[in-house]
Design a protein around this ligand. Structure first.
Ligand code: UDP
Length: 249
């Protein structure tokens, strides 16, 4: 199955709709263990500075443009993606497909109790969902956490540890967990559990979800200042070319 991608700061972001993203991930997972990353502009920026994060993102099988910052950077670079693909929506769509096809899911991340609550809500939303296991994201021993996933026999692993921990964990234990499909989804478990709310639809439609998050959590301001830096960098590349600096965000 061929997919269309747009290269933004060296990362081939999927340029397609959500259905294509899910189809591709499931099909590819039949061949080999697949990893999916969902970089927003902050992660894109960080990947230019953190070699381990960069490597994990580079090795992923699928990168979804999670955020208007990435979408705008693509436009500025003259390589637009078709649309924003939010990780939290991808996770939900993957769970829906898992429930239809009888594939089991392991939920890893967030504070104690959140993964269980998220799994219960998702089981209600997607009847037939098989939950292989749940664990919070505050474990000391990464290898032990990965082997607990393997013991569960899960086909799918949703990893919500925040960035860069989740991307690095996912790549490092790609084979050890025994899962066919793994996705790094940031704060998604908090949303599925009902502890964090997404922006109202009209704000998402206008590309203002970042503003909603900023108003709810003003401490994110520092992190979000990376968005304009990514856009300036994209504009610099478009106007003046790569220059001496490598195209890495
Ligand atoms: N988290 C975790 N283990 C850690 C650090 C963070 O499980 O060691 C969780 C945290 O509880 C939250 C998620 O990772 O549920 C990160 O959320 P955030 O909103 O920062 O993610 P974003 O989507 O913005 O990357």
């Amino acid at each position: 199955m061929e997919i269309k991608t747009s290269e933004i700061f060296g990362i081939p972001f999927l340029s397609a709709d959500m259905r294509t993203a899910v189809d591709y991930a499931f099909r590819k997972a039949e061949e080999k263990p697949v990893t999916v990353v969902t970089p927003n502009a902050e992660i894109l920026y960080q990947a230019g500075r953190d070699a381990a994060l960069r490597e994990a993102v580079d090795r992923a099988d699928l990168a979804l443009p999670d955020g208007v910052g990435v979408v705008m950077a693509g436009k500025i670079l003259g390589r637009p993606v078709e649309r924003k693909l939010a990780g939290v929506e991808f996770g939900d769509a993957v769970i829906g497909r898992a429930a239809e096809t009888g594939k089991s899911v392991y939920f890893l991340g967030a504070k104690p109790g959140v993964a269980e609550k998220a799994a219960a809500n998702l089981r209600e939303k997607h009847p037939g969902l098989i939950v292989a296991g749940c664990a919070d994201g505050y474990f000391g021993d990464d290898a032990a956490a990965a082997s607990r996933v393997r013991e569960s026999g899960a086909w799918i692993l949703l990893i919500c540890l925040g960035s860069p921990k989740q991307e690095i964990f996912m790549e490092r234990f790609r084979n050890e967990t025994g899962c066919r499909l793994a996705a790094a989804l940031g704060g998604s478990l908090d949303v599925y559990a009902g502890n964090a709310k997404r922006a109202p639809r009209w704000m998402i439609r206008l590309g203002l979800e970042w503003l909603y998050r900023l108003v709810r959590e003003p401490k994110r301001f520092g992190r979000m200042m990376k968005i304009p830096r990514v856009l300036f960098r994209a504009l610099g590349i478009r106007l003046f070319g790569e220059g001496k600096k490598k195209d890495r965000g």
